[in-house]
Design a protein around this ligand. Sequence first.
Ligand code: ZN
Length: 90
Amino acid sequence: MAEDWRLMGQESYLCGRSMRLARWTPYRQGWDHDRCDFCAAEISDDPTGHAAYKEAWVTADDDYSWVCPECFNDFRERFGWVVTDQEADT
Ligand SMILES: [Zn+2]
C-alpha cells in the first residue's frame, strides 16, 4: 500500500506529542496564518474567511506545529498523539 501523500517525515518531530485543540493565534507578531503540517490547509483567523480552518490542533508544549482536524483524525493513531487542554508555558 502506498504511503499517504501527506506523510513527509513528520514522525521525526510529531510522534507522541501532546496536542491541543485551539483557535488559531499568531506565533509571532505579524504572522497571519499557519498551514497544516500534513496537507498544508491554511489555518488563520483571517476575517475574510478564506482560511480553511480557524481552529485546529497545535503542539501543546510549544504552540508551533499545526495539524488540521481532518489530518488529526487520519493520523492520530499512527502518531500516538496525546490530547490535552493544557496551554504552553510561555
Ligand atoms: Zn491537514
